[in-house]
Ligand binder design. Structure first.
Ligand SMILES: Cc1ncc(COP(=O)(O)O)c(C=O)c1O
Length: 446
């Protein structure tokens, strides 16, 4: 495959005529519940560019929701996955195993925080990994309750819908949900009533109080948290919050699960975001960035916890598919070779300076209530100027304006008022700045 020129190019309106035609077919054939941010049909993608079927080239600030950190056609991913495809596509690891699966588990043991003995189990999707983390924690602790947090997102299966905070669109009309799931406050600094500086201590005290008084710590199997909350709005729990919760879990025999499905694998400038506060989770769930776009997920953790489930209790037909494992080994190779943690930190530097600049100098910069995030997981929270009232319409209008100019950005947040930026970590700095120029221009038009 020839490399895609790393330049934005608009040759038709967005979406172009071929995309419009495909969208009509899609509307007739694909269930309405499966949405798309931008109905532009992809022809190829790589580096920081998505090329559509009309020949337009869009700057990619989404990475397929934090997946293609190494790009959507990374050389090592394509090379290893292609070779694996030619050898065999599937045997089912539960029938006859293969080396790639074992090698991915070895890599996970090496890369995840902590130098204790670790084991992993591989699955297909993030939600599946979270479900299995709960199964494992319950098997280990012989307890049932699971604690999750306000603004948390963990997936769309029945158990993970129960774990996810936001109702619309993820849960509306899909209940009843799994029992024994309890939600407690998180230290959302920007919106904490007594100020960000108090959020870590106060939110952790409230969360612990609720767990102790309303559930009973001795009944809790697992506490599950995203070290940077993704779909909820790129919320970095205020300093001190995660260590306090992790300590509480440890003191009470509760399995502490870091859901790093969105924040893991170099996205935040560390292999895993929980490293920033020195957290060593008992279990860690990964997916998305792990395999350069191929479907793979994992639960990794302390060997004695991982081994608590009986033989045959974990697995699935496709879990740890050999092609996906080959892709993961290619993605990890790329992350190491290109030092993508360093690249993520540089992206943060460039993006935060530009976004803070927009906030300071734009006549309507007051729309930007908060600039936050780490590495290449950066967001702006949009508010009605002079207030902290969420402004989801501004987020939607800005996203639309960027899309029309060939820059793919995503929105998120409990209030739908967060514009999030998740560029591939391999994006060129020129392209990054050009995308930010387009965003800056979009502010003047909304
Ligand atoms: C933190 C987190 N957990 C779990 C999931 C679910 O992953 P999947 O969509 O692969 O099931 C996501 C997906 O966005 C996520 O961001």
């Amino acid at each position: 495959m020839t490399a895609i020129p790393q330049e934005r190019r608009l040759v038709t309106a967005i979406p172009g005529p071929k995309s419009v035609e495909l969208q009509e077919r899609r509307l007739a054939a694909v269930a309405a519940g499966v949405g798309s941010t931008l109905p532009v049909f992809t022809a190829r993608a790589g580096g920081g560019i998505i090329e559509d079927v009309d020949g337009n080239r869009l700057i990619d600030f989404g990475s397929g929701i934090a997946v293609t950190s190494v790009g959507a056609s990374a050389e090592a991913v394509v090379r290893r996955a292609t070779a694996q495809l030619a050898d065999f596509t599937h045997t089912c690891f539960m029938v006859t195993p293969y080396e790639g699966y074992v090698e991915v588990c070895e890599q996970l043991a090496e890369l995840t925080p902590g130098d204790h003995a670790k084991k992993s189990a591989l699955f297909n999707s993030g939600a599946e990994a979270v479900e299995n983390a709960v199964k494992i924690a319950r098997a280990y602790t012989k307890r049932t309750a699971v604690v999750v947090f306000d603004h948390g997102y963990h997936g769309r299966t029945n158990l993970t819908m129960a774990l996810t905070a936001k109702n619309m669109p993820y849960k509306q009309g899909f209940g009843p949900f799994a029992p024994e799931v309890y939600r407690v406050p998180v230290a959302y600094g920007y919106r904490w009533p007594t100020g960000a500086e108090n959020a870590g201590a106060e939110a952790s005290a409230q969360a612990i109080d609720q767990i102790t008084k309303q559930i009973g710590a001795e009944n809790v199997a697992a506490i599950i948290i995203e070290p940077v909350l993704g779909e909820g709005g790129f919320i970095e729990p205020a300093k001190g919050f995660l260590p306090a919760i992790a300590r509480f879990a440890q003191d009470n025999g509760i399995v502490f699960v870091a859901d790093e499905i969105q924040s893991g694998f170099c996205r935040t400038g560390q292999w895993f975001a929980c490293e920033d506060e020195g957290i060593v989770p008992d279990l860690i769930t990964t997916a998305k960035g792990i395999a350069g776009g191929l479907p793979l997920s994992a639960v990794t953790g302390r060997a004695e916890i991982m081994d608590a489930a009986h033989s045959g209790g974990l697995g699935g037909t496709y879990g740890g598919n050999p092609v996906a494992c080959a892709g993961a080994l290619g993605a990890i190779e790329t992350m190491r070779e290109l030092d993508l943690n360093k690249k993520a930190k540089r992206i943060e530097e460039v993006m935060k300076a530009r976004l803070e600049g927009m906030r300071a100098k734009l006549p309507n910069g007051g729309l930007i209530g908060d600039v936050r995030g780490r590495g290449a997981m950066i967001a702006i929270e949009l508010v009605k100027p002079g207030t902290k009232d969420p402004h989801p319409e501004a987020a939607t209008r800005l996203a639309k304006a960027c899309h029309a100019e060939g820059v793919l950005v995503l929105t998120c947040g409990t209030y739908g008022n967060v514009l999030r930026f998740l560029p591939p970590l391999v994006i060129g700095e020129d392209l990054l700045n050009e995308g930010l120029d387009v965003l800056e221009q979009a502010f003047t038009g909304i």
